[in-house]
Ligand binder design. Structure first.
Ligand code: C2E
Ligand code: CA
Ligand code: CA
Ligand code: CA
Length: 267
């Protein structure tokens, strides 16, 4: 009984969110937060990841883990993606130095929009060089849309756009596509990072995953770095090149990110 009542609440809640999300998208009410990726040696900001944010007028911040799947269900994810690409490129073109920007794309985007066209247009309009722009794609997305994804990613890579494999280690564990697709970066999921300061086996696993990436000539990034102890273990034992996580910065609203870049990259 309780179970059914809860499902009903969830159903109505989700229906309401879908209606409100549709309005928020058409009214331009989404925003972006940016989280820096730092070079592990210099501690300078190399690029920032764009993360979509939705502040609901009554419910407050709805997390992307809730609204991105809803957007996929109602067929509006690609509108979000296209907007994120344009907005992220625009913001990045105004940041100090040569800091790049990364955006997340969904499996559906490969069919629903001309990703290459959208990226080209954004780069042309903002004057951002392709080397400063990066697409993040999950294992699941590239496997689901294998043929079309490999074509689109190859086209983007040919232009010089970076291709990062996101959440590495959490999806399908077939490794064949790692060398078959034109990735430039491997982002190791934070589940490989969380225990490394306490568990020798966890550190050994992270080290070996990072070596795999380095052997394939990928830039290797650790996600979800939260403590100095985790960072120190990585510096001492792994070939990880870039780090991202709350230890350095939470995702920040766009008005604060330029200042953070200036501060961290000064001197
Ligand atoms: P993701 O692409 O793996 O993004 C990283 C997530 O990890 C972000 O959550 C970020 O806030 C969080 N994070 C960063 N550092 C730490 C840390 O040190 N500890 C912990 N516990 N978490 C950390 P966020 O912003 O809630 O986004 C969640 C997911 O939603 C993203 O995971 C991504 O899959 C999706 N997402 C966000 N924005 C977009 C978008 O514009 N398009 C698409 N397709 N997906 C998006
Ligand atoms: Ca990502
Ligand atoms: Ca990730
Ligand atoms: Ca994730």
């Amino acid at each position: 009984q309780i179970f059914h009542a809860q499902m009903d609440v969830d159903y109505h809640y989700r229906q309401r969110l879908k209606v409100d999300l549709r309005h928020a998208i058409s009214a331009g009410k989404l925003s972006l937060a940016f989280q820096p990726l730092l070079d592990i040696g210099t501690r300078k900001v190399v690029s920032c990841e764009a993360l979509a944010r939705w502040e609901h007028p009554e419910l407050g911040q709805v997390p992307p883990s809730t609204f991105i799947p809803l957007a996929e269900e109602i067929g509006l994810i690609s509108e979000i993606t296209a907007w994120v690409i344009g907005e992220a490129a625009l913001q990045c073109s105004q940041w100090p130095g040569q800091v790049g920007v990364a955006v997340n794309v969904s499996a559906r985007d490969f069919r629903a929009i001309d990703l290459q066209g959208v990226v080209d247009e954004a780069l042309l309009r903002t004057g951002l060089p392709p080397e400063r722009f990066e697409i993040e794609v999950t294992e699941t997305a590239v496997i689901e849309e294998r043929d079309i994804a490999s074509n689109v990613l190859a086209g983007l890579a040919r232009r010089g756009v970076g291709i990062a494999l996101d959440d590495f280690g959490t999806g399908y564990s077939s490794l064949s596509y790692l060398s078959a697709l034109p990735f430039s970066k491997l982002k190791i999921d934070r589940s490989f990072v969380s225990e490394i300061a306490e568990q020798p086996r966890a550190l050994s696993l992270l080290t070996n995953v990072a070596r795999l990436g380095r052997d394939l000539d990928l830039v290797v990034v650790a996600e979800g770095v939260e403590t100095e102890a985790q960072l120190n273990a990585m510096v001492a034992h792994t070939p990880i090149q870039q780090v991202q996580g709350y230890l350095f910065s939470r995702p920040l609203p766009q008005r604060d990110i330029a200042e953070l870049i200036s501060r961290l990259n000064a001197g």
